[in-house]
Design a protein around this ligand. Structure first.
Ligand code: FEO
Length: 399
């Protein structure tokens, strides 16, 4: 098995999950990797493990570097099971190793696994472990995206082992972002679907790391490609976490007999005429995780649904629930839809958008089938939301 040395004495020993297509609801058409790293010094450390079921691949990659039985430290940057799922198997082989985790990580490991007999060392920001020539430093990153998270820094190699942060769900024989065109798009999708709710915290963490003045030449996350030019992904995270956006509207809808779809298309044309780009998604024919990736960088979110049983169409309701949890920053939008008699969907969408933190500028409902005047009203509302987006985004400041 080939050895992938990412810095002097630091090796990628992860596993490639070619067939993962769904990461608890986030669709992953390109699979993923669970990256783990061996740092071989006079003392040997394994940083993170891999999902259960991939232990044999991890073990074979470690064996190409060293005897797994001599591992001294197993660094658990994050206890989520895609990274800790093989920890018990690792500890069977490396039975003298010390597990290193944050205090929260240590507590959670003991809830997830039978840790009897394991030596566990808890660390906090600023703590270090010497491996001989190299020293591991730890920085806690709580709630990015679980309470236990931390990252590990190797000053001698200017290497940040960042776990979930800066990752992407890509299975590939390539290991580096500069070898994989389109990697930033996958990183954006990953950010939008996993990290977007924590954007304010990410902005603060980036600032904190900046103030620590640590030099970073390589960022090695625990999913996907390794960044040898970390400025690219650090700049992208700066923009995403501060809510930077493009002059784009994302319009999502569902339809029963085509009326809400007619409204959607009239609104979309209005957005184009008002000078913004628009992207339109039928919610039963589109990948929600891809839509959310588009919303990350858009200024406007428009949601349409017919009324069914006095409420929102199920696909639209499900999508709004997903979006609400992800809390996109600094968006404006409106609700639209058709109804037959009582109505109800548009009001309910407005309420959901407000709970999501999206500024609702107006709404429009049409009884049964929209006529020419209704479609004109849809187009006028599109102009209104574009105006609002321009004003709204010039009123907020981004660092
Ligand atoms: Fe990749 Fe939070 O686990």
């Amino acid at each position: 098995m080939n050895r992938v040395e990412i810095a002097d004495g630091v090796y990628w020993v992860g596993a490639i999950d070619w067939n993962l297509r769904d990461f608890h609801g986030y669709l992953t058409p390109r699979g993923t990797t669970y990256n783990a790293y061996i740092i071989k010094d006079s003392v040997v450390a394994l940083v993170d493990t891999v999902k259960a079921g991939f232990f044999d691949e991890l073990r074979r990659r470690i064996e190409a570097i060293t005897d797994p039985g001599i591992i001294d430290y197993v660094i658990v940057n994050h206890v989520e099971m895609d990274h800790s799922g093989s920890l018990s198997r690792v500890m069977e082989v490396a039975s003298d190793a010390t597990v290193v985790a944050t205090e929260k990580g240590s507590e959670e490991l003991q809830m997830l696994y039978d840790c009897d007999g394991w030596a566990i060392k808890t660390v906090k920001t600023g703590d270090t472990v010497s491996l001989g020539e190299k020293t591991l430093s730890f920085i806690e990153t709580p709630m990015l995206h679980w309470p236990d998270n931390m990252v590990t820094y190797v000053a001698e190699d200017r290497l940040l082992l960042s776990n979930d942060a800066f990752g992407q769900h890509i299975a590939s024989s390539k290991r580096y972002s500069d070898e994989y065109p389109g990697v930033l798009d996958d990183a954006a999708k990953y950010y939008a679907n996993i990290l977007m709710p924590f954007s304010p915290l990410i902005a603060k963490t980036l600032q904190k790391i900046g103030e620590m003045e640590i030099e970073i030449d390589v960022i090695a996350p625990s999913h996907g490609m390794i960044w040898r030019d970390p400025g690219i992904i650090l700049d992208a995270y700066q923009g995403w976490s501060s809510g930077e956006s493009n002059d784009t509207a994302i319009l999502v809808y569902d339809t029963m007999w085509g009326s809400t779809e007619k409204m959607a298309l009239a609104i979309a044309q209005g957005i184009i005429d008002a000078g913004f780009e628009v992207k339109v998604y039928h919610l039963r024919r589109s990948d929600w995780s891809e839509i959310v990736r588009e919303i990350l960088e858009a200024k406007i979110v428009l949601v349409g649904s017919p009324t069914i049983n006095n409420g929102i169409f199920p696909s639209v309701g499900g999508f709004l629930t997903y979006l609400r949890g992800l809390r996109p920053k600094d968006k404006v939008g409106f609700a639209f839809g058709s109804y037959g008699w009582g109505g109800g969907a548009v009001k309910a969408i407005e309420s959901e958008l407000e709970k999501t933190g999206i500024k609702v500028v107006d709404s429009i409902s049409v009884k049964f089938v929209p006529g020419a005047d209704d479609l004109d009203a849809c187009a006028r509302l599109a102009w209104k939301v574009v105006d609002e987006a321009r004003n709204f985004n010039s009123a907020i400041s981004h660092p």
